[in-house]
Design a protein around this ligand. Structure first.
Ligand SMILES: NC(=O)c1ccc[n+]([C@@H]2O[C@H](COP(=O)([O-])OP(=O)(O)OC[C@H]3O[C@@H](n4cnc5c(N)ncnc54)[C@H](OP(=O)(O)O)[C@@H]3O)[C@@H](O)[C@H]2O)c1
Length: 345
C-alpha cells in the first residue's frame, strides 16, 4: 500500500483553559513522513485509544506522568501497521501497539512496541478490553475486591472502557451488579445487552432515591470507584461489614481545579471505614503490566471474548482530526462504549 509523504500530527498547542479538556488545547500540524533507518520500523497509525487519564498529559501537572511539552505530539495508546521494516523482528503488515500517539506515522527501533495478537476479533480491542481498562477491571474484581457470588458490586460509567468490564467480570463471578450511567439509552443497553442487574441514570431526577433503594436492598459489598465521588456519599450508609473499595479513579475530580465546596466529609468516610472494617485500595493497572498476572489476564480475557462470555462495546470515531473532540467527549459522557479513533486501515 503506498504511504503518504505527509505525516499529520496533533500537537499540544496550549494548556487547557477549561476544566474539561477542550479542542483548543490541540492543533493539527504536518511534517514529512519520516524514513526508517537501519534497525527501524515505519508504523502507520490505525487506531488511537482515548482514555480519561490522557487529560493528565495535557494539564500543567500530573500525578502519574509528566505532561506532554507544548508543541509536541499528543501521546496515548496507539495501534498501527508496520509499513516498512528494517528490523529483523518485524515484518511489513505486522500489527503493533505502543504509545506514539496522535499522528499518522511514527518511527520505532522496536522497543516500546509489541505485536498485537492477530486472533483478536478487532485490533482495537488491544486498546480497551485487552488494554488498560480491561486489565484494571480484572485486577479490581479478582485481586482487590475479590468479588464473591451473591455479593452486591457497584461501579460507575458502566458502559465506559472500565465499567463495562467491571460489570461483566463481576457478573461472571455471580455478583449482583449495579452500574451508574448517564441517559436511558445507556441504562437499557447495560441491563439488556451487558446483563447488569440494575443500571442507575446519574442524570435522572430520582437518581439519589434510586441509589438508596438499590443500595439498601442487600447492602453494598464491593465498590469499584471510577465515576463520581458523589456515589460514595450515597453508598456509605449501605456498606456491609468488611466491604471493599477499589479506587480506580474519580472522573469528576480530574476536571476540577479545587476541592468541592461544602463541609469536609473526610472524617465521616473514615468513621464508616472504621466501624464497617471497609478496606480501600488505590489501583493503577500500569503497576501490574508485564507481571504474570498480566499474562494470565490476556489469556483469560481473550478466551472470554472469543467465546462471547464478555462483550466489547466500542465507541468508534473516524478520523485522526477527531481525537481532541473525542477526548472532550469522554468527560461529557458522549462515548457509548470504550472510545477509540479509527485513523486508517
Ligand atoms: N486505575 C486504573 O488503572 C484505571 C484504568 C482505566 C480507567 N481508570 C479510570 O476509570 C475511570 C473511567 O475510565 P474509562 O476508561 O472507563 O472511561 P471512558 O470509557 O472514557 O468513559 C468515561 C465515562 O465516565 C463517565 N463520566 C464522565 N464524566 C463524569 C463525571 N463527572 N462523573 C461521573 N461520571 C462521569 C461518562 O459515563 P456516563 O455518562 O455514562 O456516566 C463517560 O462516558 C476514569 O476515572 C479512569 O481514569 C482507571
Amino acid at each position: 500500500m503506498p504511504e503518504s509523504s505527509v505525516n499529520r500530527r496533533i500537537i499540544v498547542a496550549e494548556r487547557p483553559r477549561y476544566s474539561v479538556p477542550n479542542t483548543s488545547a490541540f492543533r493539527m500540524t504536518t511534517a514529512p513522513t519520516p524514513r526508517p533507518g537501519d534497525g527501524e520500523l515505519l508504523i502507520r497509525t490505525t487506531w488511537l485509544g482515548i482514555e480519561p487519564y490522557l487529560y493528565g498529559r495535557v494539564k500543567p501537572t500530573s500525578s502519574q506522568a509528566q505532561p506532554v511539552p507544548l508543541g509536541e505530539v499528543m501521546v496515548g495508546p496507539t495501534i498501527g501497521r508496520v509499513a516498512i521494516s528494517n528490523h529483523p523482528d518485524y515484518a511489513e503488515g505486522d500489527i503493533v501497539q505502543g504509545f506514539w500517539g496522535w499522528q499518522d506515522y511514527s518511527l520505532s527501533d522496536g522497543s516500546r512496541v509489541s505485536k498485537v495478537d492477530p486472533q483478536l476479533p478487532r485490533p482495537s480491542y488491544g486498546l480497551g478490553a485487552l488494554g488498560m481498562s480491561g486489565f484494571a477491571a480484572y485486577i479490581a474484581v479478582n485481586e482487590y475486591l475479590k468479588v464473591q457470588r451473591g455479593e452486591t458490586l457497584i461501579f460507575g460509567a458502566a458502559l465506559g472502557g472500565l465499567g463495562q468490564m467491571i460489570g461483566q467480570l463481576g457478573r461472571m463471578r455471580g455478583a449482583r451488579t449495579i452500574g451508574g450511567v448517564s441517559g436511558s439509552k445507556k441504562l437499557r443497553y447495560g441491563m439488556d445487552v451487558l446483563g447488569f442487574d440494575v443500571c442507575l441514570d446519574r442524570t435522572a431526577d430520582d437518581f439519589k432515591a434510586r441509589c438508596a433503594e438499590e443500595f439498601s436492598r442487600h447492602g453494598v459489598d464491593c465498590y469499584a470507584m471510577s465515576g463520581t465521588g458523589g456515589v460514595l456519599q450515597l453508598a456509605l450508609p449501605h456498606f456491609n461489614l468488611h466491604a471493599r473499595i477499589a479506587a480506580c479513579g474519580v472522573m469528576s475530580f480530574y476536571s476540577t481545579v479545587k476541592l468541592p465546596a461544602g463541609p469536609d466529609q473526610t472524617m465521616v468516610v473514615f468513621n464508616e471505614i472504621n466501624v464497617k472494617r471497609i478496606s480501600v485500595n488505590g489501583l493503577v493497572a500500569l503497576d501490574w503490566f508485564g507481571t504474570p498476572l498480566h499474562q494470565q489476564f490476556q489469556k483469560e480475557m481473550k478466551g472470554w471474548i472469543l467465546s462471547d462470555q464478555v462483550k466489547v462495546v466500542e465507541h468508534v470515531v473516524d478520523g485522526l482530526e477527531h481525537a481532541p473532540d473525542t477526548l472532550q467527549g469522554v468527560f461529557e459522557g458522549r462515548n457509548f462504549g470504550k472510545a477509540v479513533v479509527h485513523v486508517a486501515d
